[in-house]
Write a protein that binds this ligand. Structure first.
Ligand SMILES: NC(=O)c1ccc[n+]([C@@H]2O[C@H](COP(=O)([O-])OP(=O)(O)OC[C@H]3O[C@@H](n4cnc5c(N)ncnc54)[C@H](OP(=O)(O)O)[C@@H]3O)[C@@H](O)[C@H]2O)c1
Length: 268
């Protein structure tokens, strides 16, 4: 695939760590000019320097995308500094694992998660849409989760924000696909990063590496499929489309058992 993105510019959010950092290196290796967005300026700079040392081109934009003014300002800078933007990868995100019964007085959990996972991504996308229409092409990728494909407990704020983003992204293609604006939803399974590391019992869970997960984002940018999914995720979707009651009922005790088993293995 070397050189397949030569001459293209890709805006990538959440590029300071995890899947986004690995994807930045891989996209640059394929020839793309990458615009790296996240809050941690020093980490972005390390990745930019690595890409430059390998002969690639990267630009850093330190920004809190949950801050509406900052997000709009960075979008204006991107448009001013890059005459061509081929793809936007909305990968920045935060996760919260908390039972609904512990969230009864915590609506702010839902608001904060939406602020970055949904509104941050929507704001940036809306700012770039006029450029995509002008160019006659533009591809939007969103990092979502396999857990929106099946009913998973304990992540209500996180999964609701991701489901909203998926729906927005589908609308984007439904409305503007004929004018060249396309999109991919990437349904990641669990990936070993700072995000998943925040839950101690997940230490015992087998996960995809950030390096392998980044290949999913690269595939989304290069091949522009409608979705990138695991087989279990696709089967989960099929099950929910055909037998939602059964799948929801059968999966509940399985998840409780899985959490108990992970907790036991983590303690060992
Ligand atoms: N890890 C998993 O198991 C998993 C599974 C399914 C989906 N995903 C999704 O994959 C994406 C990448 O996650 P990851 O696992 O690579 O986690 P990560 O290492 O924690 O990366 C999250 C990225 O988002 C950025 N970010 C967070 N809040 C931000 C804000 N307010 N403004 C700008 N940037 C912000 C972070 O940078 P700064 O802290 O520097 O701002 C970081 O670069 C996320 O959307 C996540 O929901 C992950």
């Amino acid at each position: 695939m070397t050189g397949r993105l030569q001459g293209r510019t890709v805006v990538l959010t959440g590029a300071s760590s995890g899947i986004g950092a690995e994807a930045a290196r891989k996209l640059a290796r394929l020839g793309a000019t990458v615009c790296l967005l996240a809050r941690r300026e020093d980490d972005l700079e390390i990745i930019r320097a690595e890409i430059a040392a390998a002969g690639g081109t990267a630009h850093t934009y330190a920004v809190d995308l949950a801050d509406p003014e900052a997000a709009e300002a960075v979008a204006a800078r991107l448009l001013a500094e890059h005459p061509r933007i081929d793809a936007l990868v909305n990968n920045a995100g935060r996760s919260i694992r908390r039972p609904i019964t512990d969230s009864l007085d915590r609506v702010h959990d839902y608001e904060r998660t939406m602020a970055i996972n949904y509104f941050g991504a929507v704001r940036l996308t809306l700012a770039l849409v006029p450029r995509f229409l002008e160019q006659g092409h533009g591809h939007v990728v969103v990092s979502s989760s396999m857990s929106t494909q099946v009913p998973i407990p304990l992540f209500s704020a996180y999964l609701a924000s991701k489901a909203a983003l998926e729906s927005f992204t589908r609308s984007l293609t439904a409305e503007l696909g004929h004018q060249g604006v396309t999109s991919t939803v990437v349904y990641f399974p669990m990936v070993r990063t700072e995000m998943s590391g925040a839950t101690s019992i997940y230490q015992a869970m087998p996960m995809l590496s950030a390096d392998k997960a980044a290949n999913w984002l690269v595939k989304a940018v290069v091949d522009k499929p409608t979705r990138v999914t695991s087989l279990p995720g696709a089967m989960g979707e099929l099950g929910m489309a055909t037998l939602p009651g059964v799948i929801t009922k059968v999966s509940q005790p399985l998840f409780r058992r899985m959490d108990r088993s992970l907790a036991r293995r983590t303690k060992r």
